[in-house]
Ligand binder design. Structure first.
Ligand code: MLT
Length: 208
């Protein structure tokens, strides 16, 4: 089977120890499948890594779903792309022989938004998620049972793209769906900082 058969251009790195979790790395706008490999290494050097490239192009920049303008999402496309990504994750789990019950997403910005959408629209695909600079992707009706899924949400107090109430609304939405949310505020903007990564690594080490 080729990469194309799995539906997304991607990188896969097997775990270096038995029974390690798999990190599903989801890049931000303009990134690609290589972008977050160093971040995966910092979060858990022993984990398997599955890192797809978003299929939507915005002026040549890969993303995971279409937006109508900054922070305004094309919800139909988001739903479709979320299901497509869920299918990829399941196909990759079969193909690479990874435990489908131990897949933790780690996404940045647009990648964090589709990870949040995966949690809300396809509960059970992810066993946890690290969301860096995420906003509310959509509000499902009815609310899904995201029972007890651990989520680490880390946003910047000075992020010009994500007002504080977006972060609070996302945390509340995930909690309402049943997720166990750890919210970490950084003295930062939209960019990822060392404390983001260190806190996420600690959170993940307790989870693993
Ligand atoms: C981005 O630049 O990717 C946005 O802030 C988030 C998104 O569009 O999903």
């Amino acid at each position: 089977m080729t990469e194309a058969d799995l539906g997304f251009v991607h990188r896969f790195r097997p775990a270096s120890v038995d029974r390690a979790a798999t990190l599903l790395m989801l890049h931000g706008t303009g990134g690609d499948e290589r972008d977050l490999l160093p971040l995966a290494q910092m979060l858990d050097p022993q984990a398997a890594v599955l890192s797809p490239r978003g299929k939507v192009l915005e002026q040549g920049m890969p993303r995971f779903f279409r937006r109508l303008s900054e922070g305004v999402f094309d919800e139909d496309d988001l739903r479709r792309r979320t299901f497509e990504l869920a299918d990829f994750v399941q196909a990759a789990a079969d193909h690479y022989g990874i435990d489908p019950g131990r897949i933790v997403a780690a996404g940045f910005s647009n990648g964090a938004n589709i990870a949040a959408s995966l949690l809300l629209l396809k509960p059970g695909v992810l066993s946890g998620a690290i969301l860096f600079r995420a906003m509310v992707p959509l509000v499902p009706d009815p609310m899904p049972p995201v029972s007890d899924t651990p989520v680490f949400l880390s946003n910047g107090r000075h992020d010009p793209l994500i007002p504080a109430d977006q972060t609070e609304r996302l945390a509340a939405l995930l909690r309402r769906a049943g997720a166990t949310v750890t919210l970490a505020w950084q003295d930062a903007g939209h960019e990822l900082t060392r404390p983001d990564v260190e806190l996420a690594r600690e959170w993940l080490s307790v989870l693993a």
